[in-house]
Design a protein around this ligand. Structure first.
Ligand code: FES
Length: 182
């Protein structure tokens, strides 16, 4: 009686099936690990981009009389999967302090995080939430202001003779000292 014989390429098929299973298993295992690593590193990447200097406007956009103007701050943002170009990350008041110099204040009130208004009639800033009042330089002008500190100043660089770049940061509200938001 003749024994049934295996087709000659059966062993090869088995080998390829096992190899394919091993590759799929490895890929399925590696992707979650990479995604997890990206999530862990993501805040660092965002911090780097948000804490760097951002080009906001040019000196020509600021009046010569030192009256501040409010500008949105836009920056590229990246999460685990996507890149969001030119996304709003905050806002600043900019005012000219000289022919080639400017000063920047974060618009967020250091008391509890409301947006501070510029009031031309007072030549200063006023927070509508709990009535904190600040001068043009951001210092507290009304001693009854509940804000624990002056408005938050930001570093400014003038590049190429006219571009205004701001090192944009947010700071913890409700504290006497200025601590960048972690
Ligand atoms: S949030 Fe501005 S005074 Fe309270």
């Amino acid at each position: 009686m003749t024994q049934p014989t295996q087709p000659p390429n059966s062993e090869r098929r088995d080998f390829f099936k096992k190899a394919a299973a091993a590759v799929i298993g490895a890929v399925v295992g590696v992707f979650p690990a990479l995604a997890g690593l990206t999530v862990i590193l993501d805040p660092l990447r965002r911090k780097t981009s948000a804490s760097g200097f951002v080009r906001v406007t040019s000196l020509a956009a600021l009046p010569n009389d030192g009256v501040p103007r409010r500008f949105s701050v836009l920056s590229d943002r990246t999460d685990a999967w996507n890149k969001f170009p030119e996304t709003p990350i905050g806002a600043v008041y900019l005012r000219r302090t000289g022919e080639k110099t400017a000063a920047a204040l974060n618009v967020v009130c250091p008391h509890a995080g409301c947006f501070v208004d510029f009031v031309a009639a007072r030549r200063g800033y006023f927070c509508p939430c709990h009535n904190s009042a600040f001068g043009l330089d951001g210092k507290i002008t009304d001693p009854k202001s509940p804000s624990p500190r002056a408005m938050d100043t930001l570093e400014v660089e003038i590049r190429n003779g006219m571009e205004i770049w701001v090192r944009f940061q947010n700071f913890d509200a409700g504290k006497k000292e200025k601590h960048p938001v972690a």
